[in-house]
Design a protein around this ligand. Sequence first.
Ligand SMILES: [Zn+2]
Length: 300
Amino acid sequence: MTDVTDRPAAPGPTANTTCYLCGSDQADVAFVDQGIALRRCTSCRHVYSSWSQPDDYDGYWDQGVSAADIDFWDDAHRAVFDQFVDHHLPGPSGRLVDIGCGLGYFVATMERRKPGWQVDGYELAPGAVTFAHEANGLTQQVHLGRIEDSGIEPGSVDVVTLWDVIEHLPRPQPLLEHLRTLLRPDGFVFVQTPSWPFQITRARLLRLLDRSRDDQRNHLYAKDHVNQFSRASLDRLALDCGFARPTYDVLKPVLAVDGARGAVAVQAKLALYRATRATWALSGHRIMANPTLFATLRPA
Ligand SMILES: [Zn+2]
């Protein structure tokens, strides 16, 4: 069984030394993860991996779909998927596009919870699309390929979702600019991505607690998460791509810890969720201590 946290990634031929947001090559090393430097741009403060990743990375599912994958992407994601559907989707009908839809579990959630919506998922990994078709029955809804080649007409989409996608893309700008053109005037793009301030704090703490396993531990997924977003860098990316400054929310966590589920770990995650949600509200939306960023991007 493959641990979902230890995916091998396609090796980059050369180390990347250019900031994906501002183009500067001046940086400090913020953290070294599995021998790979995470660089903090001295110009715009964005953090990016020195691991070089292809623009159309599709290697995440190369080793097949394991039982752990299904648990992680189905059961462990149900709470946050349901909360998003309940609180963020306007009305009983509309059109939603899910980018990097993987095995299709969010598309399946939409089919179950919002049958009046037209939903399409796009995914680059053939193995994931086959699973979505055969195991989840989503032959009409899940498509192999890039959204840019889909033929979806501009101004026709209400909501685009990117669940755990943009941190994998070295250059998310062309995709986000394209997605903006697809939106209706009141439409939005919803982005979920790990929050760098939380993740770096967690990584430093884990390293402090147990240095003996340091070379084995994948603290920050430097081979997969080539961009590490904070609210400031996600703000910048959105503004660069023709969106207004994003609004943020605290939604429920993925109910697994490092790909595994245990009752104590899940309860700890839920306790952290309640604490971060309260802090976010009580601070007047200034203090965001959540492990994950949930951002809504509307056209400027
Ligand atoms: Zn920069």
